[in-house]
Ligand binder design. Structure first.
Ligand SMILES: CC(C)(COP(=O)(O)OP(=O)(O)OC[C@H]1O[C@@H](n2cnc3c(N)ncnc32)[C@H](O)[C@@H]1OP(=O)(O)O)[C@@H](O)C(=O)NCCC(=O)NCCS
Length: 190
């Protein structure tokens, strides 16, 4: 059995008193991850790079847990997956850049899960050795922006009418970035 290069595990007590566990994605998560995907609102599914409703894609994610350019973690409460985060090293001339995605099940939002997962996946990005980390979101997604700005990310781009929701409505996309070696990025982080 291969050893995971990154094996960060954290627990966090949420605002509602529940404890969430943050850990790398595991082989045994296949069914739970599919259940998590099926519980997501339609528009959240659009945000995902991979189709979480497709069992083959879930298998691909599970198998990718040993990939050298990819880290994934989940948040669980009472053994149910309530959140997922990943960071992938981009290909080609951006291979020094990691792109984060973060998603919390709608019934568990505003409890602190997103914040805890963001910290863990940011640590994972550092473990990947990238010198820049980016995260994309709709401009109106205030929660994601608040979380990553608190980590020291700053706005680097705004793409107009770049995302289209299920109702056919266009939204601006923003890109927040963190430069790992820059003295001005996230100077409050350890
Ligand atoms: C973004 C997301 C992961 C946040 O998850 P969450 O578990 O609700 O986040 P938390 O409870 O840890 O909240 C963290 C901070 O976000 C901000 N926040 C959360 N929900 C918010 C809302 N509805 N409006 C404004 N700010 C909000 C707050 O500043 C909050 O910190 P505070 O409660 O200490 O003030 C979740 O909303 C989600 O999955 N959204 C869909 C996907 C997405 O937008 N991903 C963002 C790309 S990073």
């Amino acid at each position: 059995m291969k050893e995971l290069a990154w094996s960060h595990i954290a627990t966090t007590v949420l605002r509602n008193g529940k404890t969430a566990f943050i850990r790398p994605l595991e082989e045994a998560d296949r069914f739970e991850l599919l259940q998590f995907g099926q519980s997501l609102p339609q528009d959240d599914l659009l945000y995902l790079e991979d189709d979480f409703l497709n069992p083959d894609i879930i298998t691909r994610l599970i198998n990718a847990r040993f990939a050298s350019h990819w880290r994934q973690c989940v948040a669980t409460i009472d053994n149910r997956i309530v959140g997922y985060a990943s960071v992938r090293q981009l290909p080609g001339w951006s291979n020094h850049v990691g792109r984060i995605m973060l998603l919390v099940g709608s019934e568990w939002r505003r409890c602190g899960v997103g914040n805890a997962l963001a910290h863990s996946i940011f640590e994972a990005a550092r473990d990947l050795g990238v010198s820049k980390v980016v995260v994309e979101m709709l401009e109106r997604q205030a929660a994601g922006r608040a979380i990553f700005e608190r980590l020291g990310f700053t706005l680097e781009g705004r793409l107009l009418a770049h995302a289209r929701d299920r109702a056919g409505q266009d939204h601006n996309l923003i890109i927040l970035a963190y430069h790992v070696d820059s003295p001005t990025s996230g100077s409050h982080l350890s």
